[in-house]
Design a binder for this molecule. Sequence first.
Ligand code: BG6
Ligand code: MG
Length: 216
Amino acid sequence: MENLKFLKDVKGAIFDLDGVIVDTAKYHYKAWKRLANELGFEFTEKDNERLKGVSRFESLDILLEIGGLYFSEELKQAVAKVKNDWYVQYISAINESELLKGAREYLVFLRKKGVKIALGSASKNSKIIIDNLRIENLFDVIIDGNKITKSKPDPEIFLLGAKGLELKPSECVVFEDAYAGIEAAKGGGIYAVGIGSKDDLPNADLNIKGLYELLA
Ligand code: BG6
Ligand code: MG
């Protein structure tokens, strides 16, 4: 298949974290739901889909819109901190058992082939997660929410990843589970593998269920 041929010759791979390497989306959901409930409204798993790949403050804006609430900037800062404190408490206990199927194995496989690897995650908490999962040594470059000025779907995060790997965008591949993340990759001229169905991620160059499929 033409698509798999591209992956075979790629020089650099840039990975989103939440939903691609580790199943942290459930903890983001738990914390956002707790916040919504305390603010007096419901927040469903379907609502949560809209927050995938979206930065913390943009996520809060969507949540408040769902609840029909309008907060000042100051109050938004305060509630975003409350949500993040809960989230950090949840993820402080995660370990290697929460790595998604095939994630570590695929990273190791790429390294053995000499493919350079970057992280491209919107999360400002990526360091705690990577440390807890003990996978820091598998990345050459880490670009996270602390290093970017524009959120996905802006391509900045992945262009910084490619630059960090000293490669052209066209020599890299991005692995993403969020629509906004695939848009970011495509906008940067990078081949995009979507972890998710063609229905959810119609903009991806290739759709797979998980990284384990690429090890077969
Ligand atoms: C992304 C998640 O990886 O990181 C989003 O998909 C999340 O759901 C975003 O909002 C920011 O994360 P954090 O950890 O900085 O609040
Ligand atoms: Mg993600």
